[in-house]
Ligand binder design. Structure first.
Ligand code: PGA
Length: 249
């Protein structure tokens, strides 16, 4: 059975004090939910977040990691460093990493391999750009992103994979894929995985939607059968909004 997941990607927002305040508010208001709830603060505040949430079911996850185990990679963070502070899930392939930091499918495949080798659960992000959708190439683009990053994995590795479909045109733009567009793509993703692996792999992988999910649209998007939750940017920075999105699932 795949899990329902609501994850907040805080990106480069919230200093230490603001992180503590938001986490305390979130854990105080957290509703009873069958969904896994995750937050991804910036690297410098991960340890503090883990400590703050010691008695909470909210999981702390990372926004990124490097593909090397260790070494001369100034400014980078390794899998071991994350595990060592109690973080065992990592977002990989966010479109902002692809667009602003030159992360290619090849680099992402290496990161995924290193994460899995170290026992880190991967939340893999992918999604088409506006031109791809306008030209009708969105399915092809998504299929190739999945193939390049994930299709060389062993079947067993899929228990450690979460997918987050995030159409680039919907991220931080206020524009959301309609629930029907999200469902159509999520069903396509599941079918593509079933063909490349098998139906049980496809049925058991959680596929989150990301891109301007807000309290006002979350319930309708989450009601779609192949949408297993959301990766939330902007709205995860406001405690009441994030809590309302968790309630929506
Ligand atoms: P957004 O960001 O909710 O602000 O659109 C989503 C994401 O980048 O994960």
């Amino acid at each position: 059975m795949r899990s329902k997941i609501v994850a907040g990607n805080w990106k480069m927002n919230k200093n230490l004090e603001e992180t503590e305040t938001l986490l305390t508010e979130l854990s105080g208001k957290l509703p009873d939910s069958e969904a896994e709830v995750m937050v991804a603060p910036t690297f410098v505040n991960l340890s503090a977040a883990v400590r703050n949430l010691e008695n909470s079911s909210i999981q702390v996850i990372a926004q990124n990691m490097h593909f090397a185990e260790s070494g001369a990679y100034t400014g980078e963070i390794s899998a071991d460093m994350l595990l060592n502070i109690g973080v065992d899930t990592c977002i990989i392939g966010h479109s902002e990493r692809r667009a602003y930091f030159g992360e290619t499918d090849e680099i992402l495949a290496k990161k995924i391999k290193t994460a899995l080798k170290n026992g880190i659960r991967v939340m893999f992000c992918f999604g088409e750009e506006l031109e791809d959708r306008k030209s009708g190439n969105h399915f092809k683009v998504v299929e190739s992103q999945l193939k390049n990053a994930l299709f060389s994995l062993d079947k067993d590795a899929w228990s450690k994979i979460i997918l987050a479909y995030e159409p680039v045109w919907a991220i931080g733009t206020g524009e959301t894929a309609s629930p029907e567009q999200a469902q159509e793509m999520h069903a396509f993703i599941r079918k593509t995985i079933a063909e490349a692996f098998d139906a049980s792999v496809a049925d058991n992988v959680s596929i989150l939607y990301g891109g301007s999910v807000k309290p006002g649209n979350a319930a309708e998007i989450f009601s779609k059968p192949d949408v297993d939750g959301g990766l939330i940017g902007g709205a995860s920075l406001v405690a009441n909004d994030f809590i309302d999105i968790i309630k929506a699932i």
